[in-house]
Write a protein that binds this ligand. Structure first.
Ligand code: NAP
Length: 302
């Protein structure tokens, strides 16, 4: 029996573990794959206070170490559900069950797909959702990035250092991501930005070899031969396994305010899977602190 189980070992979940341990509560963090979550794929974090530059990998390792040093326990199993039993929460994984007085959902989000024919088959065969993981395979080759958020801009900048040619394809004429990254990208000679356009077809044999890009204004279609397509069109929250327990909004985010309390007694939410205005590393860690503080109050009967 733990005081608090945190589901998800990203920045929100690990920060929650730090705060809960500092309040002397026993804490288990259940993580499906590896600690760090989405930020682990960011090559250079420039907007988190104190460190002007730190890789997502180093950031995650340091927070993980901090949580472990404080006594948080980590088990690498995917939580697939929560049962209410005798006033406690039983968290079910593929292998085991674990009990706690309170649970914090810090499950983050997963890559959104374009939904094109053959997208799944070609993933790993020319299609990638992670520039820092796979960019090295495309040294001196031609690649495209789809999206207009910070991930797409940062991926395009990262790939511009490696690839011969980078196309950035965005469905509107202005970016959702930060102006600083967009400006840097516009200065790169090997980057062409294609605005107001969608990737509408994948052309392949065993691997992806070209894409069709349709102009939204005049419907014209341009075929671009390339070696790799990096899809960075946002994320979808990973709340499916808990949808019967907590209220979700239409987009699938757990509904909660700044106190990170859900509608379900003893279940809290922290990070990118919560309804919120700004999904950033700094707001994820802030959520972790808040959710843990509220969970500690709950465990203490306050
Ligand atoms: P995002 O901000 O949600 O942006 C997704 C982009 O993909 C948008 O430009 C969107 O277009 C486009 N899009 C969505 N669905 C599409 C579709 N079906 N076809 C074509 N384009 C589509 O996602 P993100 O860039 O992954 O970022 C997620 C969060 O993490 C954001 O809050 C972001 O600021 C944050 N982040 C921060 C950093 C950093 O601070 N260093 C780095 C990476 C990510 P529209 O603009 O037209 O909607």
């Amino acid at each position: 029996m733990y005081d608090i189980i945190v589901i998800g070992g990203g920045p929100a979940g690990m920060t929650a573990a730090i705060y809960a341990r500092r309040a002397a509560k026993s804490v288990l963090v259940l993580e499906a794959v590896a600690c760090g979550g989405q930020i682990i794929n960011t090559p250079d974090i420039e907007n988190y206070p104190v460190e002007a530059h730190i890789s997502g990998f180093d950031f995650s390792n340091r927070v993980h170490q901090q949580a472990k040093d404080l006594g948080a326990e980590f088990i690498f199993e995917k939580a697939v559900g929560i049962r209410e039993e005798n006033g406690f929460k039983t968290v079910v994984t593929a292998k085991n069950t674990y009990q706690a007085k309170a649970v914090i959902l810090a499950t983050g989000s997963e890559n959104r797909k374009l939904g094109l024919e053959d997208e799944d088959r070609l993933t790993g065969r020319g299609i990638s959702y992670c520039a820092t993981c796979d960019g090295n395979f495309y040294r001196n080759k031609t690649v495209a990035v789809v999206g207009g958020g910070n991930t797409a801009l940062e991926d395009a900048l990262y790939l511009a250092d490696l690839a011969k040619q980078v196309y950035l394809i965005h469905r509107r004429d202005s970016f959702r991501g930060e102006e600083a990254s967009a400006s840097r990208l516009k200065e790169r000679e090997n980057v062409e930005i294609i605005y107001n356009a969608n990737v509408t077809r994948l052309l392949s044999e065993k691997r992806l070899k070209a894409i069709e890009v349709t102009d939204k204004n005049d419907g014209s279609i341009r075929t671009i031969e390339l070696n790799g397509l990096f899809i960075a069109v946002g994320r979808v929250p990973e709340n499916q396994n808990f949808a019967s327990l907590v209220d979700l909004d239409d987009a699938g985010y757990v509904i909660a305010g700044e106190d990170c309390r859900t509608n379900a007694d003893g279940i809290f939410v922290a990070g990118d899977n919560r309804t919120k205005l700004l999904r950033q590393l700094v707001t994820a860690t802030a959520d972790g602190a808040m959710a843990a503080t509220e969970a500690v109050k709950y465990v203490n009967g306050l």
